[in-house]
Design a protein around this ligand. Structure first.
Ligand SMILES: [Zn+2]
Length: 134
């Protein structure tokens, strides 16, 4: 069991199964939304995910569609503004920084590297993808 929560603790969740993917997203929207060089995204199956508290605190910001749908969504706690997990069909996209326990899985790569911040240098040996890998 892996637990997670937002900064104020109002939103809490648990993941009972294994994580399926862990990566760093350098796209410009993820940089804006996270306020950092990249967003850390860790994925699990929706069947393995459970909200423990604070679902009513969750708000969604829908950014305009750029080229083709889907647009970009920022899911956050209305109490503290922290990013919180996003349930998208059979997958849940979790901001890795919201986890309270070690997810065991380790980062697997960098995506949207073509859009990364010029002031950030990737120095690990993980695979880098210009956009999103197929
Ligand atoms: Zn909160």
């Amino acid at each position: 069991m892996t637990r997670g929560s937002c900064l104020c603790g109002g939103v809490r969740f648990e993941v009972s199964g294994p994580f399926t993917l862990f990566g760093f997203d350098h796209c410009s929207r993820c940089r804006k939304a996270s306020g950092s060089a990249f967003a850390t995204e860790i994925l699990c199956k929706t069947a393995d995910f459970r909200w423990m508290a604070g679902e009513s605190l969750i708000r969604t910001y829908e950014a305009p569609v750029r080229d083709t749908p889907p647009g970009y969504r920022r899911i956050f706690c209305s109490g503290c503004g922290s990013p919180v997990p996003f349930v998208d069909g059979d997958t849940v996209n979790i901001p890795a920084g919201s986890l309270d326990d070690d997810p065991s899985i380790r980062p697997q790569g960098h995506i949207f590297v073509a859009y990364k911040a010029p002031w950030f240098e990737i120095t690990d040996g993980l695979p880098q993808f210009p956009r999103k890998p197929e």
